[in-house]
Write a protein that binds this ligand. Structure first.
Ligand code: RP5
Length: 155
């Protein structure tokens, strides 16, 4: 249901958070390394075939000149959620954030916060829950846990 892709295996320690929350919410996903710059043909094929392979949402994470989410969004009508990854030689992550966030009119990428792959997973599940009442219930339970954690730890 959800295709999680990243520009490099070095992004996995961040992007794993998306996979973990999707697993917790019982949403099927796949994980792949697809680089906009190093494997552009693979990126093209992945994006063009994603919908017909049954994917409903794509989560794409990359760092630096992070063109992967935007390029994938240009090649598919599926919603693309972008995760800016703070890579080791990045300028505090601003390179990744702005590369993913500042898309031109007509080609949106739903950009989450720096390294916020967990939020990308939750957002993907919320998109899918529009057509899945059981997933709505699991998301409601997840949010209830967030509420309880706050209420059970007063100042
Ligand atoms: C980007 O360059 C990747 O998404 C990664 O965040 C960054 C560094 O990649 P590696 O040099 O570690 O493969 O393309």
């Amino acid at each position: 249901m959800v295709g999680i892709i990243m520009g490099s295996k070095s992004d996995l320690h961040i992007m794993q958070d998306a996979a973990d929350i999707l697993k917790e919410l019982q949403v099927p996903y796949e994980l792949n390394v697809v680089s906009a710059h190093r494997t552009p043909e693979k990126m093209f094929t992945y994006a063009r075939s994603a919908a017909e392979r049954g994917l409903k949402v794509i989560i794409a994470g990359a760092g630096g000149a992070a063109h992967l989410p935007g390029m994938v969004a240009s090649l598919t009508t599926l919603p693309v959620i972008g995760v800016p990854v703070k890579s080791s030689n990045s300028i505090d992550g601003w390179d990744s954030i702005l590369s993913i966030l500042q898309m031109p009119n007509g080609v949106p990428v739903a950009t989450v916060a720096l390294n916020a792959a967990k939020n990308a997973g939750i957002l993907a599940a919320q998109m899918l829950s529009i057509a899945d009442d059981q997933l709505v219930n699991r998301l409601a339970a997840f949010k209830d846990e967030l509420r309880k954690k706050v209420e059970e730890n007063p100042i």
